[in-house]
Write a protein that binds this ligand. Structure first.
Ligand SMILES: [Zn+2]
Length: 388
């Protein structure tokens, strides 16, 4: 098969074809089958390989090696027979939409800024690296231009220039090319040497959406999607935004302001809670006698920060040697013990063992949780008091 003469080159819209089996070789991965002609695109030029079936057998991978296109099957197939190939069209058409969309975006950026596409990867999203900087404002203009070119429904053309013509042609390419080169032209938007499969008219790309633009080496890395994939993604984003808009009773185009307002309200609530906590702690502190060996307080659902603050206050404001705060939560007690001289490491193991607990700390503060009753904790703490 000569270059550019496989079915997928001549007509990328062929989904079913007939061909003769030239060879079938067993390899580690399965059976590599070569056909007299094929519509299966082999991996190359950044575009992944096609999948589908040959006589009903699954074609898992397709690669080009030494000028031969090899289809990887799990089962052998008889040489010499005529077979029917069937392309997984959903997969292939997605690649055609993505790849053609990528050409438009790369061409528009090349036209506006003169940057080259220096890296291209087609996975769940398309990743393109450019050798110059772009702002998000630039990205939005590029995106608008690309989508305008989609509604203009421009024909995607293939040129096969000879060496002299190629020399004169201002086409984009990642490497120096020689031999027969195919150049893909999208009017004045793009001119690029490429062997991938493309849509016939830009309208079939449907939509282009750039997802991100981050600094990469001397330039930027763009992530984009096109076609049905872009539509489904936008639909998902719409659903999310709609749910936020309903939850916050905000218009769909004012959800960010609503979330911002909510965040501010939360900060204010946190501030109020800490003021109330402070008042509550001072109120509780007034009920304790000063200068004790041990002071303890049982609370409900107190957060750890407040517990630490409270235990510290028991030691430093009320001059206890050890301040202990317990807070019940579901069927366990959180604990924070603070000390001003008594080494808490001496008792932490003992407490955890006796009260079915876990946790630790240093000589001045220990914290963790106990699985037991308040009664059991009180009894154990009276034992601790004797040791202080
Ligand atoms: Zn290409």
């Amino acid at each position: 098969m000569k270059e550019f003469e496989a079915i997928y080159d001549k007509d990328p819209y062929v989904k079913t074809f007939e061909a003769t089996v030239l060879s079938c070789e067993k390899t580690k991965k399965g059976y590599e089958v070569e056909l007299s002609d094929t519509a299966f695109y082999p991996e190359g030029g950044g575009q992944p390989y096609d999948q589908g079936t040959i006589n009903g057998l699954f074609v898992e991978e397709v690669h080009k090696r030494d000028g031969r296109i090899l289809h990887l099957l799990h089962e052998p197939i008889e040489t010499g027979i005529t077979v029917t190939g069937q392309i997984d069209w959903e997969r292939r058409f997605d690649f055609m939409q993505q790849h053609s969309g990528e050409h438009m975006v790369s061409g528009i950026i090349h036209g506006m800024f003169g940057y080259e596409n220096v890296g291209f990867h087609m996975g769940k999203v398309i990743q393109i690296d450019f050798d110059g900087p772009l702002t998000w404002d630039d990205v939005e203009i590029i995106e608008r231009k690309a989508n305008k070119a989609i509604t203009d429904n421009i024909r995607v053309e293939y040129l096969y220039p000879d060496a002299d013509e190629l020399e004169q042609m201002p086409y984009r390419s990642k490497k120096e090319l020689s031999g027969k080169v195919r150049v893909v032209r999208i009017q004045d938007i793009d001119l690029c040497a490429c062997c991938g499969t493309h849509v016939a008219y830009t309208g079939e790309i449907g939509m282009v959406k750039i997802l991100s633009c981050i600094k990469h080496k001397e330039g930027v890395r763009l992530e984009m999607i096109a076609g049905q994939k872009a539509f489904l993604y936008m639909q998902e984003i719409f659903t999310q935004n709609h749910a936020i808009s309903v939850a916050l009773s905000a218009k769909m185009n004012e959800t960010f302001a609503a979330v911002n307002g909510l965040q501010k309200a939360l900060v204010e609530k946190d501030r109020m809670i800490s003021v109330l906590n402070e008042k509550y702690m001072n109120y509780k502190l007034d009920m304790f006698m000063e200068s004790q060996k041990l002071l303890m307080s049982f609370e409900e659902e107190m957060d750890r920060n407040a517990m630490r603050k409270f235990a510290n206050a028991l030691v430093h404001d009320k001059y206890a040697h050890v301040g202990a705060v317990f807070s019940s939560h579901e069927n366990e007690y959180q604990y924070v013990l603070v000390s001003d001289g008594f080494d808490l490491r001496k008792i932490v193991k003992l407490l955890n063992q006796a009260l079915n607990g876990r946790g630790g700390g240093n000589s001045e503060m220990i914290q963790g949780s106990f699985h037991c009753s308040q009664d059991a904790i009180e009894k154990m703490m009276y034992e601790v008091e004797k040791m202080i």
